[in-house]
Design a protein around this ligand. Structure first.
Ligand code: IMP
Ligand code: MG
Length: 182
């Protein structure tokens, strides 16, 4: 791994208490909306696993989980729209109330592709929760059912999100603006 910028030089966009507070609210909302059902959370690897771990601990109902491995090909810090499945689902989603858990919605191309793949398996319902949403970057019409934070058009890292596998471990979301963003 190359020595990239140091995390302490990157501006904090969302600190860990802001993230924690918002996830508690999302947990309450989702628990209320899914009351009487057992939602099936499908986390999109790699970026979403830290968010998913915190989200599920803020649900007040039982939920089952699975993960889908996706590689969204980036050209620089922009997603190219090419999507590759690197890990398929382990459990059938037919008839289930599926809640896809994403780290970030950018152009929307990854979720647009996933929506097609998942709905072909005939879930009872299919919804999306994303921690971060860069609405201004949308290239295809995708809307999340639950959004943690709307963020500006900057490349962000931390809380599971990486740049070349760096910075996932950070407890907060930081901007790469000073280094690579315009
Ligand atoms: P989309 O297909 O353009 O919506 O891109 C979604 C994927 O691109 C995300 O799941 C991330 O893997 C990656 N991505 C987009 N923006 C960022 C960012 O600001 N930081 C880290 N990864 C990002
Ligand atoms: Mg993702």
């Amino acid at each position: 791994m190359t020595n990239g910028p140091s995390a302490s030089n990157l501006e904090v966009l969302l600190n860990s208490s802001q993230i924690g507070a918002r996830i508690r609210e999302l947990g309450e909302q989702i628990s209320s909306d899914y009351r009487g059902t057992t939602p099936h959370l499908v986390g999109v690897l790699m970026g979403a696993w830290i968010f998913m771990a915190d989200l599920i601990r803020n649900l007040s109902l039982e939920a089952t989980v699975d993960f889908l491995g996706i590689q969204s090909c980036l050209s620089g810090t922009t997603s190219s729209g090419e999507v590759r499945i690197t890990k398929d689902l382990d459990v059938s989603i037919a008839g289930r109330d599926v809640l896809v858990v994403e780290d970030i919605l950018d152009t929307g191309r990854t979720y647009h592709y996933l929506e097609g793949v998942l709905s072909a398996h005939q879930p009872n319902s299919l919804k999306l929760v994303t921690l971060l949403d860069k609405t201004s970057r949308r290239a295809v019409p995708v809307t999340a059912d639950y959004v943690g934070f709307q963020i500006p058009d900057v490349f962000v890292v931390g809380y599971g999100l990486d740049y070349n596998q760096q910075f996932r471990r950070l407890p907060e979301v930081r901007c790469l603006r000073k280094v690579t963003c315009v």
